[in-house]
Design a protein around this ligand. Structure first.
Ligand SMILES: *Cc1c(COP(=O)(O)O)cnc(C)c1O
Length: 843
């Protein structure tokens, strides 16, 4: 069967006629470029080359083929003075580049062929690439999917973020506990990035403000910083799928302004001279490993301001290269703030316009609001970012002044619109009064933006009704819903190649650019041979995951069992512990009745816990403790297996999502903003067991209620039950199976008799149970029983699986990006023509 990854006809033409040109696509040219890179660029003989050396040589070979498209893209944007989307995100969880870039350039199969002709293992070479983990989870991965869609839709765009030297930690498991290992991903260099030191930007920090004068003699504030650092841009080219568009991902590295303090050096204090250099570089040293919990640390605020200021200065410089003034800045730049991490952009753009470019307050405010838009990612009040005004003012004294002024002008308006409504002004204020004043970054982002969006229908609804209700009352027209999506190129084509080939065989390859075309698969549902192929492919994916688990965890799992999977960051609201209660319920049933006929299951968990989040780390320990007992109990043999896969990341996700039968999306209703893992699972033919939360609701709507295992309270019910006074002990006393599960944990059965080990998890369940596991337990177990029943009928299951995949068109990030383009950014596709562009002629 011909793999669709070959798709030679769709390869964007290279225009290069000279057959021996170094960026040609013919097998001979590719092979020669690959071996030339190994020898001339890396200085390594084929006889001595390691697999990693081969990976680097191949990466350079691919990068060379991106570069003329990249330069032509940037040149076209400049010449045509296009409007540019700039996506500001503290995180970009990109995943490995090599395989994805080969796919987007249309040269995946050709490259596999030449590598195999050289007697090398292509898949093993792809495995050499370190996973660039510059993000925590869903938020960072969303940014990465968006960049793929932007380039694939030919939208002029740039991603701005931080080039962390250490990404998300590497997770190991020792004695069942998470251990964090630093992720030194740049140790052996990074072939994908291009440093651009000539575009360095200076960032000011600390100090104080004074009154001075501008060139016209008018009084103006002057910021006298205590120190400055340099922001050095590193560009990674991001190609679209079968387009000539290659957009930049521009990540900033911090360096000292002077590599050396000469005064200190001359005074003989060499150590101090070097210490200042190290201090500056700390800013881009490490990603904060928190997901959905803000870190109130000064360094974190430094990171946020560092990349926001560098990026805005960069955009202004780019604009002024082709325009006379910044008057039309907002017509040429749309800045999207990915959560509040870059919200200081509101104050920074005001500062740059007023202090540096002499704009009046009102004019600067108009440009700022029209430029910025804000995506909210959470409803949980404890996850909303706040900075103490003291800390903020010590680092950014001028910005604190600007924020106070924004607030004063804003609240003056509110008071005239709603006289006497003190509750309203208090709630809308950018400042939270109290022992210590706090700056509310979400409020700052709302006031400074022309558009505010949630990331799933329910989430946007609850934002308007609850978290941001007063802003929604003030400016209903500013609110949008933009349900998240994921890129089908990485999450189906690259990760599930066999399934992709089958789909294309049946419906052609249009689905890769228009995922709605997957609906055409429904026409084949009565075709028994098609259903059999569908099932076989799932089985192959399960076998290959089983082989991986055997190799890396030395655990044998049965590919014929139901793969029941929960992979995502570990969080109480995501309720991994609810799934554990479900496993123990099954276990107890078998213990009570060892002859019980149940559907054999393998429970697979993966996910990192924030290093300071004790309860999340204890949940990992609980999973591993239950695994140890269940996997070794002779009564259970062949029926239940529990596996925790360490270090869940994008690469591991690419193996796991395609191998899942069942996707666990069990968050407390109203807590998960959207989820995107839920979409990746369903696209790859997993069925979902889930609550009416985030995008689960829309997934169920699309797939059909009969193809989704629903359980649990609704967001509305959760809210109401809490208001009425919720007593979880009613469930403990009223439900024998639940009591059996809880007592099993408390007895120390999973902790070598130490009944107290898991009491930090169990005790809250019995007292206030903030995430309502006790209330949802019965309904969850019933849904799991329905899953088992459905799985016994393999033909019925396969039909449901096909329908899930076929109906996920809505969750392509292409659809999400089109909506942002049309409704929020006001940008249109721009064709990149490379026919007249011959890099050889430049020499
Ligand atoms: C998709 C993805 C996530 C988000 O998963 P959710 O289930 O939506 O929380 C997190 N981490 C990685 C590595 C992912 O690929």
């Amino acid at each position: 069967m011909d793999s669709i990854l070959k798709s030679k006809t769709k390869t964007p033409q290279t225009n290069i006629q000279i057959e021996d040109d170094r960026t040609g696509m013919s097998p001979e040219t590719l092979k020669r470029a690959f071996l030339d890179n190994l020898f001339y660029l890396q200085g390594i003989n084929q006889t001595d080359a390691t697999l990693y050396d081969y990976y680097v040589a191949l990466a350079y070979t691919v990068r060379d083929r991106l570069l003329h498209r990249f330069l032509k893209t940037v040149e076209t944007y400049k010449q045509e003075k296009v409007k540019l989307v700039s996506y500001f995100s503290a995180e970009f969880l990109m995943g490995r580049y090599l395989g994805n870039n080969l796919i987007n350039l249309g040269m995946y199969e050709q490259t596999r062929q030449i590598i195999e002709d050289l007697g090398l293992d292509f898949d093993e070479i792809l495995e050499q690439e370190p996973d660039p983990g510059l993000g925590n989870g869903g938020l960072g991965r969303l940014a990465a999917c968006f960049l793929d869609s932007l380039a694939s839709l030919e939208i002029p765009a740039i991603g701005y973020g931080i080039r962390y030297e250490f990404g998300i930690f590497h997770q190991m498991i020792r004695d069942g506990w998470q251990v964090e290992i630093p992720d030194n991903w740049l140790r052996f260099g990074n072939p994908w990035e291009l440093p651009r030191p000539d575009e360095t930007v200076e960032i000011m920090l600390g100090g104080h403000t004074e009154m001075g004068h501008n060139e016209l003699g008018h009084p103006k504030a002057v910021w006298i910083p205590a120190r400055t650092v340099l922001a050095i841009p590193y560009d990674t080219p991001v190609p679209g799928y079968q387009t000539n568009t290659v957009n930049p991902l521009r990540l900033w590295k911090a360096e000292a302004s002077e590599s050396f303090n000469f005064d200190a050096f001359n005074a003989g204090q060499y150590d101090q001279a070097v210490a200042e250099k190290m201090d500056a570089e700390t800013i881009s040293k490490v990603l904060y490993p928190n997901d959905n919990t803000p870190a109130g640390r000064e360094l974190r605020l430094e990171q946020q301001y560092f990349f926001v200021s560098a990026s805005l200065q960069d955009l202004i410089r780019i604009h002024l290269r082709t325009h006379d003034s910044l008057d039309d800045f907002h017509e040429k730049v749309a800045v999207q703030l990915n959560d509040t991490h870059p919200a200081v952009a509101v104050a920074e753009l005001m500062r740059l316009l007023i202090d540096k470019h002499n704009y009046s307050w009102n004019h600067a405010w108009d440009i700022t609001q029209k430029t910025l838009s804000y995506t909210n990612h959470t409803l949980m009040p404890e996850a909303l970012e706040r900075w103490s005004a003291g800390l903020f003012g010590r680092l950014l004294p001028r910005h604190l002044e600007i924020i106070y002024e924004i607030n004063q002008r804003f609240l003056d308006n509110v008071r005239t619109w709603f006289p006497g409504d003190d509750r309203l002004t208090t709630s809308l204020s950018l400042i939270e009064e109290g022992d210590e004043k706090q700056i509310r970054m979400a409020n700052l982002a709302c006031v400074g933006s022309h558009a505010i969006n949630g990331v799933a229908a329910l989430h946007t609804d609850l934002l308007k009704k609850d978290t941001l209700k007063d802003f929604a009352k003030l400016w209903p027209e500013k609110f949008y819903n933009k349900t998240n999506g994921v890129t089908p190129r990485r999450w189906i084509l690259l990760s599930n190649q066999e399934l992709s080939t089958l789909i294309t065989e049946k419906i052609g390859d249009g689905w890769l650019k228009n995922l709605d075309e997957m609906r055409k698969l429904e026409a084949f549902i009565e075709d028994a041979k098609f259903r059999q192929r569908w099932q076989e492919i799932k089985q192959n994916n399960k076998r290959s995951l089983a082989a991986y688990i055997l190799k890396h965890r030395n655990i044998q799992i049965d590919p014929n069992s139901l793969f029941d999977v929960q992979v995502k960051r570990i969080h109480e609201y995501k309720r991994q512990h609810l799934a554990v209660l479900g496993i123990i319920a099954f276990y107890n049933r078998i213990k009570q009745n060892p002859g019980l006929d149940i559907v054999p299951r393998t429970f697979i968990f993966g996910g990192k816990a924030a290093p300071g989040y004790f309860l999340a780390k204890l949940v990992i320990k609980l999973i591993n403790s239950v695994a140890e007992v269940v996997n070794n109990d002779p009564d259970v043999r062949g029926r239940l297996k529990v596996v925790f896969l360490p270090n869940f990341n994008v690469s591991l996700g690419q193996r796991i999502y395609p191998a899942a039968d069942l996707s666990e999306q069990v968050s407390t209703a109203g807590k998960e903003a959207s989820g995107t893992g839920n979409m990746k699972f369903a696209m790859n033919g997993a069925l979902t067991i889930g609550t009416l939360d985030g995008a689960n609701i829309e997934i169920r709507e699309e797939a059909g209620a009969e193809n989704f295992f629903l359980f649990g309270l609704t967001a509305e019910e959760v809210y109401r039950r809490k208001a009425e006074g919720y007593n979880p002990m009613d469930y403990y006393h009223g439900n024998g199976e639940l009591r059996g599960v809880i007592d099993r944990i408390s007895s120390g059965h999973f902790s070598h008799g130490n009944g107290g080990l898991f009491s930090p998890i169990v005790d809250p369940l019995m007292s206030h149970d903030p995430y309502m596991l006790m209330a949802d337990f019965q309904s969850y177990v019933e849904a799991q029983d329905a899953v088992s029943e459905a799985y016994r009928d393999q033909d019925r299951w396969t039909r449901m699986s096909i329908l899930n995949s076929a109906r996920m068109g809505k969750f392509s990030s292409d659809r999400t990006i089109r909506e942002y383009c049309n409704e929020i950014w006001g940008v249109k596709p721009v064709k990149i023509n490379i026919e007249d562009y011959n890099p050889a002629s430049l020499s």
